[in-house]
Write a protein that binds this ligand. Sequence first.
Ligand SMILES: [Zn+2]
Length: 148
Amino acid sequence: MADRLTPEQRSRNMAGIRGKDTKPEMLVRRCLHSLGFRFRLHRRDLPGNPDVELPRWRAVVFVHGCFWHRHGCRNSRMPATRTEFWETKLERNAERDKEAARRLKVCGWRMFVVWECALRGADRLSPDELAERLKGLIESCGDEGEIP
Ligand SMILES: [Zn+2]
């Protein structure tokens, strides 16, 4: 289904979501903090520049915008115009994500992704649900996982 936003509008929207210290990321940080996890932010020296690193758990957490990282949910619909441009751009993002995940794994990092739609919009999780899911992932023995 086509998206009703023009690419320009979408760009503007997404620009606000993309940078550091965006709201979804703050939600995740606050949640981790309230759970008592110790973490570090924006490790430039790690593949993919994870938003959060939990050294004790040898884990990193990415907060991914659904559109930019092709979640496949309704927030990641392709714009109706300049579709090819967006396809190419998002394909590159997906490649970068895959490469970062591969390199993190090689270095023994566990990698978790929290999707933006779990944090805001109609399908968002309650703070308690988010906390439960995050804690469950980090304290699991799994190497990867995502919310939702
Ligand atoms: Zn999503």
